[in-house]
Design a protein around this ligand. Structure first.
Ligand code: SF4
Length: 312
């Protein structure tokens, strides 16, 4: 019952809150759009995809992390009149107000404005380029709106699973900002074209392709041999690790066999608990069940989606 209430209400709350905070995202180019794959950005705005309840709950982690940061910043500012924190600060490009950013937090501390871009992810040693670009884009727009203020920026990464937190100072770079503005203008131009040929939109493959709703007909994946370099590196790493794992598995199997040959035992020594017991259990011959009792097998079968990764 409660599950159903959440499933029914959460999407509505999220959509109302999202609209209140960010407006209609299909009508402008935002900070998170400029660093992304152009095809994904444009397709996402032209053909918004339904969000599953699972995705919605995952998105909510971002809001939880923002609450943690916001409350800490409020506490830090206290009643000090030289300190102030603002959340979801909208800043627009003066030459075209359809290019904008919603900054998670701007902390003002004795005249210095600090852009804080909040990320909820596994802690990384270096911030992703897209995070850094997003932060530079926000700093640039904030500076244009506040030419007399000193502005700096941070990407803050919170891992809600491990409770770890990391911060990355982002140095502002005017040439990167100008490049991002050019990209935003290009995307906006695509978005505003009436008869846009979807096949001409450039693609940018990345680790995020796996989460892209438009991958099925993505031209970047038409040729199965074409995969991004970072994915190639991950596959190589997997392959090497898997070979080591197979060697370990073989060693473990041999050790198990020798240990079991001593017969049943139970022991605790040097902080190790060890036991070997022999018992029997029934196993189900699924193949035979399907062959002899197909209706019964069908009745107790449920479809399950799974991915099979083969790297040899
Ligand atoms: S699958 Fe990757 S390259 Fe293709 S549209 Fe999606 S994000 Fe872009």
């Amino acid at each position: 019952m409660i599950k159903k209430i959440i499933e029914d209400c959460l999407p509505q709350i999220a959509s109302e809150k999202g609209f209140a905070d960010l407006g209609n995202r299909s009508e402008y180019i935002g900070a998170s759009d400029v660093g992304q794959c152009p095809r994904k950005t444009i397709m996402g705005k032209l053909f918004p995809q339904p969000i599953t309840i699972e995705q919605q709950i995952i998105f909510e982690r971002g809001h939880l992390a923002e609450n943690i940061v916001h409350e800490s910043l409020i506490q830090y500012c206290g009643a000090d009149r030289y300190k102030k924190v603002s959340a979801q600060v909208e800043v627009c490009y003066p030459n075209n107000r359809s290019i904008k950013a919603h900054i998670d937090f701007v902390l003002e501390d004795h005249g210095v404005k600090t852009v804080i871009e909040n990320k909820t992810a596994t802690i990384v040693s270096e911030p992703y380029d897209s995070w850094v670009e997003q932060c530079i884009f926000q700093q640039g727009l904030l500076m244009l709106e506040n030419p007399d203020s000193r502005v700096n920026g941070y990407v803050l990464c919170l891992d809600l699973k491990s409770g770890k937190i990391a911060e990355f100072k982002v140095e502002y770079d005017e040439s990167v900002f100008q490049n991002l503005i050019e990209r935003a203008e290009y995307l906006l131009d695509l978005l505003e074209q009436r008869d846009l040929d979807l096949n001409i939109i450039p693609t940018k493959q990345s680790v995020l392709c796996g989460y892209c709703a438009f991958q099925a007909d993505c031209p970047a994946y038409a040729d199965k041999g074409e995969i991004p370099d970072d994915l190639k590196e991950l596959i190589k790493k997997y392959s090497v690790t898997n070979i080591k794992k197979k060697q370990f598995d073989k060693e473990i199997d041999t050790l198990k066999e020798v240990i079991a040959s001593y017969g049943p035992f139970k022991a605790v020594f040097d902080g190790i608990k060890a036991s070997y017991t022999v018992s029997s259990m029934m196993s189900l011959d699924v193949r035979a069940l399907k062959a002899n009792e197909p209706e019964l097998a069908e009745m107790y079968s449920t479809p399950k989606e799974f991915g099979r990764l083969t790297i040899s």
